[in-house]
Design a protein around this ligand. Structure first.
Ligand code: OOG
Ligand code: NI
Length: 270
Protein backbone atom coordinates (compact mmCIF):
# COMPACT_ATOMS: atom_id res chain seq x y z
CA UNK A 1 0.00 0.00 0.00
CA UNK A 2 1.37 3.44 -0.81
CA UNK A 3 1.46 6.13 1.89
CA UNK A 4 -1.31 8.17 0.24
CA UNK A 5 -3.78 5.24 0.40
CA UNK A 6 -2.56 4.41 3.89
CA UNK A 7 -3.20 7.89 5.29
CA UNK A 8 -6.56 8.19 3.48
CA UNK A 9 -7.77 4.99 5.13
CA UNK A 10 -6.31 6.05 8.45
CA UNK A 11 -7.97 9.48 8.41
CA UNK A 12 -11.40 7.95 7.72
CA UNK A 13 -10.98 5.48 10.57
CA UNK A 14 -9.77 8.29 12.84
CA UNK A 15 -12.60 10.78 12.27
CA UNK A 16 -15.20 8.03 12.75
CA UNK A 17 -14.33 8.08 16.46
CA UNK A 18 -12.70 11.54 16.62
CA UNK A 19 -15.18 13.95 15.01
CA UNK A 20 -13.39 16.89 16.71
CA UNK A 21 -10.43 16.37 14.35
CA UNK A 22 -12.50 17.02 11.26
CA UNK A 23 -13.99 20.18 12.76
CA UNK A 24 -10.58 21.50 13.89
CA UNK A 25 -8.96 20.62 10.58
CA UNK A 26 -11.63 22.68 8.80
CA UNK A 27 -10.86 25.64 11.08
CA UNK A 28 -7.23 25.60 9.94
CA UNK A 29 -8.15 24.87 6.33
CA UNK A 30 -10.18 28.07 6.50
CA UNK A 31 -7.18 30.15 7.57
CA UNK A 32 -4.34 28.20 5.95
CA UNK A 33 -5.68 26.20 3.03
CA UNK A 34 -4.02 22.81 3.19
CA UNK A 35 -3.23 21.18 6.56
CA UNK A 36 -0.04 19.10 6.59
CA UNK A 37 0.40 16.25 9.09
CA UNK A 38 3.64 15.92 11.07
CA UNK A 39 3.03 12.40 12.41
CA UNK A 40 0.51 9.81 13.53
CA UNK A 41 0.75 7.43 16.50
CA UNK A 42 -0.33 3.88 17.32
CA UNK A 43 -0.51 1.81 20.51
CA UNK A 44 -0.21 -1.97 20.86
CA UNK A 45 0.40 -4.83 23.30
CA UNK A 46 3.95 -6.23 23.59
CA UNK A 47 4.44 -10.02 23.74
CA UNK A 48 1.56 -10.64 21.28
CA UNK A 49 1.37 -11.32 17.52
CA UNK A 50 0.56 -7.60 17.17
CA UNK A 51 3.64 -6.38 19.09
CA UNK A 52 5.72 -3.49 17.82
CA UNK A 53 8.17 -5.86 16.10
CA UNK A 54 5.31 -7.40 14.09
CA UNK A 55 3.92 -4.04 12.99
CA UNK A 56 7.32 -2.60 12.07
CA UNK A 57 7.81 -4.53 8.77
CA UNK A 58 4.53 -3.09 7.46
CA UNK A 59 5.82 0.42 8.13
CA UNK A 60 9.21 -0.30 6.56
CA UNK A 61 7.42 -1.79 3.51
CA UNK A 62 5.94 1.67 2.81
CA UNK A 63 9.44 3.11 2.50
CA UNK A 64 9.98 4.26 6.08
CA UNK A 65 13.16 3.74 8.07
CA UNK A 66 13.61 3.39 11.82
CA UNK A 67 14.33 6.82 13.31
CA UNK A 68 14.73 6.32 17.06
CA UNK A 69 13.67 4.36 20.16
CA UNK A 70 12.11 5.62 23.39
CA UNK A 71 11.45 4.31 26.91
CA UNK A 72 8.65 5.36 29.27
CA UNK A 73 9.54 3.48 32.44
CA UNK A 74 6.73 4.73 34.70
CA UNK A 75 4.08 4.04 32.06
CA UNK A 76 5.70 0.65 31.24
CA UNK A 77 5.95 1.49 27.56
CA UNK A 78 8.56 1.48 24.88
CA UNK A 79 8.26 3.11 21.48
CA UNK A 80 9.88 3.60 18.10
CA UNK A 81 9.50 6.30 15.47
CA UNK A 82 9.82 5.96 11.71
CA UNK A 83 10.61 8.56 9.09
CA UNK A 84 9.92 8.59 5.33
CA UNK A 85 12.38 9.91 2.71
CA UNK A 86 9.53 11.96 1.23
CA UNK A 87 9.32 14.80 3.79
CA UNK A 88 5.63 15.36 2.95
CA UNK A 89 4.78 11.88 4.31
CA UNK A 90 3.96 11.98 8.06
CA UNK A 91 6.28 10.26 10.51
CA UNK A 92 4.92 7.23 12.42
CA UNK A 93 5.26 6.70 16.19
CA UNK A 94 4.40 3.26 17.63
CA UNK A 95 4.42 2.41 21.32
CA UNK A 96 3.73 -0.90 23.06
CA UNK A 97 2.64 -1.80 26.59
CA UNK A 98 5.18 -3.99 28.38
CA UNK A 99 2.46 -6.13 29.94
CA UNK A 100 4.98 -8.33 31.77
CA UNK A 101 5.78 -5.38 34.05
CA UNK A 102 2.15 -4.91 35.19
CA UNK A 103 0.75 -6.27 38.46
CA UNK A 104 -0.48 -9.88 38.63
CA UNK A 105 -4.11 -8.74 38.64
CA UNK A 106 -3.71 -6.44 35.61
CA UNK A 107 -1.87 -9.20 33.74
CA UNK A 108 -4.68 -11.61 34.59
CA UNK A 109 -7.30 -9.27 33.15
CA UNK A 110 -5.34 -8.66 29.97
CA UNK A 111 -4.42 -12.32 29.48
CA UNK A 112 -8.07 -13.24 28.85
CA UNK A 113 -8.30 -10.88 25.88
CA UNK A 114 -4.75 -11.07 24.55
CA UNK A 115 -5.10 -14.86 24.22
CA UNK A 116 -7.64 -14.18 21.47
CA UNK A 117 -4.96 -12.56 19.28
CA UNK A 118 -4.25 -15.64 17.22
CA UNK A 119 -2.66 -14.17 14.11
CA UNK A 120 -0.15 -11.51 13.21
CA UNK A 121 -0.92 -8.72 10.76
CA UNK A 122 -1.33 -9.57 7.06
CA UNK A 123 -1.04 -6.07 5.61
CA UNK A 124 -1.25 -2.38 6.54
CA UNK A 125 -5.00 -2.64 7.19
CA UNK A 126 -4.04 -3.87 10.66
CA UNK A 127 -3.60 -0.18 11.54
CA UNK A 128 -7.37 0.33 11.35
CA UNK A 129 -8.43 -3.15 12.41
CA UNK A 130 -9.61 -2.25 15.92
CA UNK A 131 -9.93 -4.97 18.55
CA UNK A 132 -8.64 -8.48 17.84
CA UNK A 133 -10.44 -9.70 20.98
CA UNK A 134 -13.94 -9.74 22.44
CA UNK A 135 -15.54 -6.59 23.81
CA UNK A 136 -14.11 -6.21 27.34
CA UNK A 137 -16.34 -6.08 30.38
CA UNK A 138 -16.75 -2.60 31.81
CA UNK A 139 -15.45 -3.96 35.15
CA UNK A 140 -12.21 -5.11 33.54
CA UNK A 141 -11.85 -1.77 31.75
CA UNK A 142 -12.34 0.19 34.99
CA UNK A 143 -9.99 -2.02 36.99
CA UNK A 144 -7.25 -1.78 34.39
CA UNK A 145 -7.75 1.99 34.31
CA UNK A 146 -6.58 2.17 37.94
CA UNK A 147 -3.16 0.89 36.93
CA UNK A 148 -2.68 1.64 33.25
CA UNK A 149 -4.80 4.18 31.44
CA UNK A 150 -2.95 3.21 28.23
CA UNK A 151 -3.85 -0.47 28.73
CA UNK A 152 -7.52 0.30 29.35
CA UNK A 153 -7.67 2.54 26.28
CA UNK A 154 -6.04 -0.10 24.09
CA UNK A 155 -8.27 -2.88 25.46
CA UNK A 156 -11.42 -0.92 24.58
CA UNK A 157 -10.33 0.70 21.29
CA UNK A 158 -7.87 -1.78 19.76
CA UNK A 159 -5.38 -1.07 16.97
CA UNK A 160 -6.43 2.26 15.48
CA UNK A 161 -4.59 5.53 14.95
CA UNK A 162 -4.39 7.32 18.28
CA UNK A 163 -3.85 10.81 16.85
CA UNK A 164 -2.95 12.82 13.79
CA UNK A 165 -0.70 15.84 14.29
CA UNK A 166 -0.98 19.20 12.53
CA UNK A 167 2.40 20.57 11.44
CA UNK A 168 2.43 24.16 12.74
CA UNK A 169 5.53 24.77 10.61
CA UNK A 170 3.23 24.55 7.58
CA UNK A 171 0.52 26.93 8.87
CA UNK A 172 0.99 30.22 7.01
CA UNK A 173 -1.46 32.05 9.28
CA UNK A 174 1.01 31.95 12.20
CA UNK A 175 4.19 32.63 10.20
CA UNK A 176 4.32 36.29 11.31
CA UNK A 177 3.99 35.45 15.02
CA UNK A 178 7.11 35.16 17.18
CA UNK A 179 8.19 31.51 17.36
CA UNK A 180 6.94 30.84 20.87
CA UNK A 181 3.61 32.61 20.20
CA UNK A 182 2.80 30.30 17.29
CA UNK A 183 1.77 27.22 19.23
CA UNK A 184 -0.06 29.33 21.79
CA UNK A 185 -2.08 30.91 18.98
CA UNK A 186 -2.90 27.49 17.50
CA UNK A 187 -4.03 26.10 20.87
CA UNK A 188 -6.04 29.32 21.37
CA UNK A 189 -7.89 28.63 18.09
CA UNK A 190 -8.61 25.08 19.24
CA UNK A 191 -10.04 26.31 22.55
CA UNK A 192 -12.04 29.02 20.76
CA UNK A 193 -13.58 26.26 18.63
CA UNK A 194 -14.79 24.71 21.90
CA UNK A 195 -12.28 21.93 22.56
CA UNK A 196 -10.35 21.18 25.76
CA UNK A 197 -6.57 21.17 25.56
CA UNK A 198 -4.29 18.76 27.49
CA UNK A 199 -2.84 20.79 30.41
CA UNK A 200 -0.54 18.09 31.89
CA UNK A 201 2.76 19.91 32.55
CA UNK A 202 1.26 23.04 30.89
CA UNK A 203 -0.53 23.40 27.57
CA UNK A 204 2.76 23.57 25.64
CA UNK A 205 5.02 20.56 26.01
CA UNK A 206 8.68 21.16 25.17
CA UNK A 207 10.52 24.34 24.22
CA UNK A 208 12.55 25.92 21.41
CA UNK A 209 15.66 24.60 23.22
CA UNK A 210 14.26 21.06 22.99
CA UNK A 211 13.66 21.82 19.26
CA UNK A 212 10.06 20.61 19.55
CA UNK A 213 6.93 22.21 21.00
CA UNK A 214 3.72 20.17 21.13
CA UNK A 215 0.19 20.50 22.39
CA UNK A 216 -2.95 18.43 21.99
CA UNK A 217 -6.68 18.32 22.57
CA UNK A 218 -8.16 16.05 25.20
CA UNK A 219 -9.53 12.97 23.45
CA UNK A 220 -13.04 12.97 22.04
CA UNK A 221 -15.54 10.80 23.94
CA UNK A 222 -17.80 8.19 22.37
CA UNK A 223 -20.16 5.46 23.44
CA UNK A 224 -18.46 2.06 23.23
CA UNK A 225 -20.25 -1.26 23.62
CA UNK A 226 -18.74 -3.38 26.39
CA UNK A 227 -19.55 -7.05 26.99
CA UNK A 228 -23.18 -7.86 27.65
CA UNK A 229 -24.21 -4.96 25.42
CA UNK A 230 -23.40 -2.44 28.16
CA UNK A 231 -22.68 1.00 26.67
CA UNK A 232 -20.40 3.61 28.23
CA UNK A 233 -18.86 6.83 27.02
CA UNK A 234 -15.06 6.67 27.09
CA UNK A 235 -12.14 8.72 25.66
CA UNK A 236 -11.29 7.82 22.06
CA UNK A 237 -8.61 9.77 20.15
CA UNK A 238 -7.16 13.28 20.16
CA UNK A 239 -5.57 15.79 17.78
CA UNK A 240 -2.02 17.09 18.20
CA UNK A 241 -0.14 20.20 17.04
CA UNK A 242 3.64 20.27 16.66
CA UNK A 243 6.15 23.02 15.97
CA UNK A 244 9.71 22.01 15.07
CA UNK A 245 12.79 24.21 15.38
CA UNK A 246 16.09 24.18 13.47
CA UNK A 247 19.19 22.94 15.30
CA UNK A 248 22.48 24.87 15.41
CA UNK A 249 23.25 23.73 11.85
CA UNK A 250 19.92 25.11 10.65
CA UNK A 251 18.42 21.65 10.11
CA UNK A 252 14.82 21.35 11.35
CA UNK A 253 14.67 18.68 14.10
CA UNK A 254 12.55 15.69 13.04
CA UNK A 255 12.76 13.50 16.15
CA UNK A 256 10.51 13.08 19.16
CA UNK A 257 11.18 14.17 22.76
CA UNK A 258 10.53 11.63 25.53
CA UNK A 259 9.59 14.25 28.12
CA UNK A 260 7.00 15.75 25.75
CA UNK A 261 5.61 12.38 24.69
CA UNK A 262 5.20 11.32 28.31
CA UNK A 263 2.65 14.14 28.72
CA UNK A 264 1.01 13.72 25.30
CA UNK A 265 0.11 10.12 26.29
CA UNK A 266 -2.17 11.61 28.95
CA UNK A 267 -4.46 13.14 26.31
CA UNK A 268 -6.62 10.01 26.52
CA UNK A 269 -7.14 10.36 30.30
CA UNK A 270 -10.76 10.58 31.44
C1 OOG B 1 1.64 8.76 21.79
C2 OOG B 1 2.20 9.89 22.61
C3 OOG B 1 3.53 10.41 22.08
C4 OOG B 1 4.35 12.38 20.64
O1 OOG B 1 4.14 13.13 19.69
O2 OOG B 1 5.32 12.52 21.39
C5 OOG B 1 3.40 11.27 20.89
C6 OOG B 1 0.33 8.24 22.30
O3 OOG B 1 -0.41 8.94 23.00
O4 OOG B 1 0.02 7.09 21.97
O5 OOG B 1 2.52 11.15 20.10
NI1 NI C 1 2.25 12.70 18.82
Amino acid sequence: MNPVQFFDNLWQDYIAITPQAEVIRKVFEGTDGEVINDHVAFRTFAHTPLQLESLEPLVLAMGYSLQDEYQFKAKKLRARSYIHPDASVPKIFISELLTGQLSESAQKILAKYIAEITAGPVDQSVFWSGRHWSAPSFEDYKELMQETEYGAWLLAIGIRVNHFTVSINHLNSVADFSATAQIQHVLGCVKAAGYAVNTVGGEVKGSPAALLEQGSTMADRQQIEFSGGEKHEIPTCFYEFALRYPDSDGVVYQGFVEANADKIFESTNS
